[in-house]
Design a protein around this ligand. Structure first.
Ligand code: SP5
Ligand code: ZN
Length: 366
């Protein structure tokens, strides 16, 4: 029996947040062949924070406030998800770039093609920048390293709070993470915050973690990280890769490999899908999650499924996020929410707030 379902009163929510994200602000990205201002910008997190405060959704805390040891432990957890050479590359990238006299954002220039006889890690900075990227959508500036290391601590502290019996925690992470793989960045993502949160929960003794990704885009990085593992069940609902970014993965027949066979499910939906289609995929994923009997759920939350999103193609309405939260709450598992995408900046706060309200107040069981 789920004690939450008996109560009309909302369960408490704690939000983890750190100011460091402001230091990461890319200048430009490619859209339809043109350089345009980055859609992924500091105002996104500011708008969400403002809505949480207005709605009095619960305490907002820094990682150090709830988990002082995070400052000495985060690098260990990070190194279980990302390769050390990739972490070192990101740690030093801007210093090397600026030492070469550059002031503009770093953007990759060359990627290894398929079927190359051998792929080596180049010595040159431009070479490494391409080697560790899968697109030109993750610019690096002076504040990127402080921002991504701050936000990974937000994710770890949120997972720690969940481990300490908090039933709902919101990690207001920025930049997002679900496109980042073990040794690559792209799609506005550098470190995979959701994967790191899942890893922390496993390190704290969880046996099985469900990771549900509801961002409009396929969580290719998260899928990649856990593809051969059975301790993280990955579920992703996203725009059909035949039409939508990133497009190389996200098909329904990608179900895991080796020990991970059967522990990866993709639910690609056609552009234009609305709540009626979207909620059917959610219902299927929740059946999988229930069957898996996960100890905790990591929710990769992108609200770029919103009808007004400038780069995405689903048709969810602001009210639909309340229903989304309620349906997820019915799975009756502790949930740590990790923020991913959402680029309709005016509505990003309301949509996120609605999801969290739904999560805390599931409908009465009848
Ligand atoms: C975390 C996240 O949401 N990352 C998304 C990265 C998307 N980057 C490229 C999107 C390209 C969209 N192109 C739209 C073309 C419309 N005709
Ligand atoms: Zn997205």
């Amino acid at each position: 029996m789920n004690p939450h379902l008996d109560q009309a009163t909302p369960q408490p929510l704690i939000t983890l947040y750190s100011e460091g994200h402001h230091q990461h602000h890319g200048q430009a990205e490619l859209k339809d062949g043109q350089l345009v201002p980055c859609f992924e910008k500091p105002a996104r997190a500011d708008m969400i924070l403002a809505q949480l405060r207005e709605a009095h959704l619960g305490a907002i805390k820094t990682p150090e406030e709830v988990y002082p040891e995070v400052q000495s432990h985060w690098q260990q957890t990070l190194a279980k998800v990302h390769s050390q050479d990739y972490i070192d590359f990101l740690a030093n990238a801007w210093r090397e770039w600026s030492a070469a006299g550059h002031q503009h954002d770093m953007l990759p220039l060359a990627w290894p093609p398929r079927r190359t006889t051998s792929i080596r890690i180049p010595d040159s900075l431009d070479g490494r920048l391409g080697y560790y990227s899968f697109d030109a959508g993750a610019p690096i500036n002076a504040g990127t390293w402080p921002a991504i290391t701050d936000t990974v601590q937000v994710a770890i502290a949120a997972a720690e709070l969940l481990h300490r019996q908090q039933s709902h925690v919101f990690a207001l992470t920025r930049p997002p993470g679900h496109h980042a793989g073990r040794d690559y960045m792209g799609g506005y993502c550098y470190f995979n915050n959701a994967a790191v949160a899942a890893q922390h929960l496993l390190d704290r003794g969880a046996q099985r973690i469900a990771l549900l990704d509801v961002d409009f885009h396929h969580g290719n990085g998260t899928q990649d990280i856990f593809y051969a593992r059975d301790d993280v069940l990955f579920q992703s609902i996203h725009g059909d890769p035949r039409a939508c970014y990133p497009g190389f993965t996200g098909y329904a027949d990608e179900t895991g490999e080796g020990p991970g066979k059967g522990f990866n499910q993709n639910y690609p939906l056609l552009p234009g899908s609305d709540w009626s289609e979207w909620s059917q995929a959610l219902a299927l994923s929740i059946i999988k999650i229930n069957h898996y009997a996960a100890d905790a759920l990591v929710l990769s939350l992108g609200v770029d499924t919103f009808e007004g999103d400038p780069i995405s193609h689903f048709k969810l309405k602001s009210e639909d996020y309340i229903k989304m939260g309620q349906r997820i709450a019915e799975a009756n598992i502790p949930v740590v929410v990790i923020m991913e995408g959402g680029y309709a900046v005016e509505e990003i706060g309301l949509n996120t707030r609605n999801l969290l309200i739904g999560l805390m107040t599931p409908p009465q069981e009848s």
